[in-house]
Write a protein of this length. Structure first.
Length: 214
């Protein structure tokens, strides 16, 4: 199609053009121009299903948008659902259940020995969002942690909070403790001032640290 604008937009990555147009077409065609109403209908359609089922149903529908990973989709929907409308309590509950597993979270769970303790060892990738992967670990940890001890306004079980706490512990722009800039992953972690201390297994990732690596 000579008139197609996708290849001609001044973006560095053509896949971003495709993603933007795909999202536009998704909102226009699937949502009938009403994103809020579409989400309301999806949650209503899920009915009395568990929060886990409602979340997976929602993620499955939005997965039709081209080029968007489950990590990015979970981040986007979690923020939208939790902050979009305080009167939509079902939105908030589903949003609180969404976790985004990036390399920082995965590598933390590996280095500390948590993945090994669960028997869920795997490489960073699609399995991170499997029930026998990183997300399964985060959901189980969230069941064990009473988030109200950190903020009385939080729900007792708050997977998004647990995942974000792990990310913040690692991220260079936050606490900057457990990441590839500080740790040579070809050997066991040598960081002496880590607050996790002896409770960490200090398992190496088995690769040389690369600038910017989680």
């Amino acid at each position: 199609m000579d008139g197609c604008p996708v290849p001609s937009l001044p973006l560095r990555k053509g896949s971003l053009n495709e993603l933007a147009f795909s999202l536009f077409l998704f909102i226009r065609d699937q949502c009938q121009g009403d994103l809020v109403g579409f989400i309301d209908d999806l949650i209503e359609e899920a009915g009395s299903a568990s929060v886990d089922d409602q979340r997976e149903f929602l993620l499955g529908e939005f997965a039709m948008v081209f080029g968007i990973s489950e990590k990015l989709l979970s981040m986007m929907l979690a923020m939208l659902l939790m902050a979009g409308d305080q009167d939509r309590t079902k939105w908030i509950v589903v949003g609180q259940s969404m976790v985004a597993i990036d390399s920082l979270v995965h590598n933390f769970l590996h280095r500390t020995g948590i993945l090994a303790a669960y028997g869920f060892e795997h490489r960073y990738g699609p399995r991170c969002f499997d029930r026998r992967g990183c997300s399964g670990v985060v959901y189980d940890l969230a069941d064990r942690v009473d988030a109200r001890e950190f903020n009385r306004s939080f729900p007792k079980t708050f997977p998004r909070f647990v995942q974000h706490a792990i990310w913040s512990f690692c991220a260079e722009m936050r606490q900057d403790i457990c990441n590839g800039r500080r740790i040579d992953d070809s050997q066991a972690c040598q960081v002496a001032d880590c607050p996790v201390g002896d409770r960490c297994s200090r398992l190496p990732l088995g690769v040389k640290a690369v600038k910017g690596r989680g």
